[in-house]
Design a protein around this ligand. Structure first.
Ligand code: GTP
Ligand code: MG
Length: 203
């Protein structure tokens, strides 16, 4: 995909603050500090359009970006970081669910609008076996029939042999076919082309 334009639209914590629906949206979800914002920047070939941070729990709002004036990228807040105040943590689950529910393609088309969530990229750290947060998110996406694709990021952190083993272990935990779990790295760009191929089928 050639990126001609990519601009920050707005931040929101509730539906009344979302931008008007205008074409398909691709959302990026995952645990705090997993590398969501970095992955988005890599896809867009932008250095710091989406703010990244070495401090976990940095993205605490839903951030909308307009790409090529045709579709949107949506950076969802990361879940599961213990140092974020409990009150903020409690808001995240409902905030993410509310976004996915109100922007579902079927919910949007009922309102006579064109667009909505075309797919969700679920981002995992390749070094970590998924836990409750990931299971909740994937169950939730399946329940609402929202297409999703699991990406294992920070692949540059492991050696080739370890990568294969970790991918198999994560696949087992998720009852998924290992071949469907895409290895990605924001540092080397590994997986960028394959991920775009998936996103293009959604768009
Ligand atoms: P929150 O918004 O806080 O939930 O974090 P996030 O998921 O958006 O993570 P972010 O992209 O801000 O990255 C967190 C840290 O991981 C930063 O220090 C990044 O430089 C680092 N990082 C992200 N992706 C990669 C990767 O593929 N490889 C390596 N080695 N580091 C990465
Ligand atoms: Mg972030």
């Amino acid at each position: 995909m050639k990126i001609n334009s990519a601009e920050f639209l707005t931040s929101a914590v509730k539906p009344s603050q979302y931008p008007p629906v205008g074409g398909p949206e691709i959302a990026f979800a995952g645990r705090s500090n997993v590398g969501k914002s970095s992955l988005m920047n890599t896809l867009l070939s932008r250095k710091n359009l989406v703010k990244t941070s070495s401090t976990p729990g940095r993205t605490q709002t839903i951030n909308f970006f307009r790409i090529n004036d045709a579709f949107s990228f949506v950076d969802l807040p990361g879940y599961g970081y213990a140092k974020v105040p409990a009150a903020v943590q409690r808001r995240w689950g409902p905030m993410i669910e509310e976004y996915l529910k109100t922007r579902r393609i079927s919910a949007v088309s009922e309102r006579g609008l064109k667009g909505g969530v075309a797919g969700v990229v679920v981002i995992l750290d390749v070094r970590r076996i998924p836990g409750e947060g990931e299971h909740d998110l994937l169950d939730w996406l399946a329940h609402y029939e929202i297409p999703s694709h699991v990406v294992l990021t920070k692949a540059d952190k492991l050696k080739k042999g370890q990568l294969g083993k970790q991918r198999s272990a994560i696949a087992r935990e998720l009852s998924a076919d290992p071949a469907t779990l895409l290895l990605f790295s924001a540092v080397t760009g590994q997986g960028k082309r394959e991920l775009w191929t998936q996103l293009e089928t959604w768009l």
